[in-house]
Design a protein around this ligand. Structure first.
Ligand code: AMP
Ligand code: MG
Length: 344
C-alpha cells in the first residue's frame, strides 16, 4: 500500500512546521519525477510536475487513462501560468480574478512549454489554481506547475478521501497527502476560452450564470455534441461510474421494490429526509442499503462520490438514484449521474 501522510491544516492559519516539512518531502518526490496524490477542494488529484513529460506519462499509466484525454495543470496563480500560455485572454483575466483560487478550470491557447502529453496533442492547455491550503502551499514550495487529473483508475468514481485514492491506485502512487475530505466533492467547472465564444465544457461547482456575471458576457452551455467531445476529449459519455449498475429513477421506491423482488442487493440514494419504508426494509433481508443526501446541490455533490464508493464497498449489484431536479443549479450533479448511468 502507498504511504498516506496526514497534513494538518486550518482555514486562515499558516501551516505548521511539521506540515511544511511533509510538503517539502512531497516536492522532492515530484522533482525526482514521482507521483503524489494531492487534496483539492474538488476531488483528490494525481500530480506530477507538468513540464516533466516522463513523469506525466506515469500518470497516464497509473490511471489507465487514454492518451487522448488531456490533463488540467494546477498553478499557484496567474504569475506561474504565464510561460505556459500562448495568449492569456482578457476574459480569462476577468473570470480568474473572481474565482481563483477555486473550482474553475480555464482552457486557453498553450505555449510550447506545455508538453504534448499534457495537452493530449492539442493546441490548448487547461489551467486551475486550487484553493485547498495543502495543495496551494505545495505549489508555492515547489514553484512549478502540477499536472493532475483525478486520482483514480480511469472511468471510475473520483476520490474524495485519501483512502479512496489508496484503494483505487495502490502502489502506483509514491505518496498520498491526506488533507481531509474534499469540500466540493465533484470535479471543477471547465470553461473553454480558446474559441470564438466562451463555453462550459464540463459543468461543475461554479454554475454558468455565476461565471457570466464575473465574465460580463454570455457563456454557451455544455452540449452533448460530437464537436464538444472533440474539444474536450475527456468528456466521454460513460465516466465517473461505480462498479454496480447505476440507474436514475423517477420513482425510486418502485424501482427498488422491483429489484429486491428479483433478489438483487440494492443501494438507494434519495434526497432529504426520506426514510426507506419499513416494508422495503423488511422485504430486503439486509439486501437494501439506503443513503439520504442533502437536498441542496452543493451538499449533495459533496457526498455523492463518497456514497457511491460506500455502496460499491458494500457489494451492491444495483444503485438506484432518485432523479435530482432539472434546474440549472443541479446541472453538475445531473451531468455526473447521467455519465455514471450511461450504458452502450
Ligand atoms: P479530470 O480527468 O477529472 O482531471 O478531468 C480533466 C478534464 O479536463 C478532461 O477530461 C478534459 O475534459 C478537460 N480538459 C483538460 N485539458 C483540456 C484541454 N486542453 N481542452 C479541453 N478540455 C480539457
Ligand atoms: Mg477524472
Amino acid at each position: 500500500m502507498p504511504e498516506i501522510v496526514p497534513v494538518a491544516w486550518e482555514a486562515g492559519t499558516p501551516l505548521s512546521a511539521e506540515s511544511r516539512a511533509t510538503l517539502r518531502r512531497a516536492a522532492d518526490i515530484l522533482l525526482r519525477g514521482g507521483l503524489v496524490a494531492i487534496p483539492t477542494e474538488t476531488v483528490y488529484g494525481l500530480a506530477a510536475v507538468a513540464t516533466d513529460a516522463a513523469a506525466v506519462a506515469r500518470i497516464f499509466a497509473a490511471k489507465g487513462r487514454p492518451a487522448s484525454n488531456p490533463l488540467i495543470v494546477h498553478v499557484s496563480g496567474v504569475d506561474m501560468l504565464r510561460p505556459l500560455v500562448a495568449t492569456w485572454p482578457e476574459e480569462a483575466e476577468r473570470v480568474t480574478a473572481h474565482h481563483w483560487p477555486g473550482p474553475l478550470t480555464v482552457v486557453v491557447p498553450a505555449s510550447d512549454a506545455v508538453p504534448d502529453v499534457v495537452r493530449a496533442g492539442g493546441t490548448t492547455v487547461a489551467l486551475r489554481s486550487p484553493e485547498h491550503p495543502v495543495t496551494a502551499s505545495l505549489l508555492a514550495i515547489l514553484g512549478k506547475p502540477l499536472a493532475a487529473p483525478s486520482a483514480n483508475r480511469s472511468g471510475l468514481i473520483s476520490p474524495t478521501t485519501a483512502a479512496h485514492v489508496a484503494a483505487s491506485l495502490g502502489d502506483a502512487v509514491d505518496l498520498i497527502l491526506d488533507g481531509g475530505t474534499c469540500d466540493c466533492g465533484i470535479e471543477s467547472t471547465v470553461l473553454d476560452l480558446s474559441g470564438a465564444v466562451p463555453r462550459v465544457l464540463r459543468p461543475g461547482p461554479l454554475d454558468r450564470q455565476t461565471l457570466e456575471v464575473s465574465l460580463h458576457g454570455s457563456i454557451e452551455g455544455p452540449e452533448a455534441t460530437s464537436s464538444t467531445v472533440a474539444r474536450s476529449p475527456g468528456l466521454l459519455p460513460r465516466h465517473y461510474a461505480p462498479k454496480a449498475e447505476l440507474e436514475l429513477a423517477t420513482d425510486g421506491r418502485e424501482r427498488v421494490h422491483t429489484l429486491l423482488a428479483a433478489d438483487k442487493r440494492v443501494g438507494w440514494i434519495t434526497r432529504g429526509a426520506v426514510a426507506a419504508t419499513a416494508a422495503a426494509a423488511s422485504a430486503s433481508k439486509g439486501r437494501l442499503h439506503h443513503l439520504s443526501l442533502p437536498d441542496d446541490p452543493a451538499g449533495y455533490a459533496r457526498h455523492l462520490y463518497a456514497s457511491l464508493h460506500a455502496l460499491d464497498d458494500l457489494g451492491v449489484e444495483a444503485i438506484v438514484v432518485d432523479r435530482p431536479p432539472g434546474d440549472e443549479a443541479w446541472h453538475a450533479v445531473q451531468d455526473r449521474l447521467t455519465r455514471a448511468s450511461y450504458r452502450e
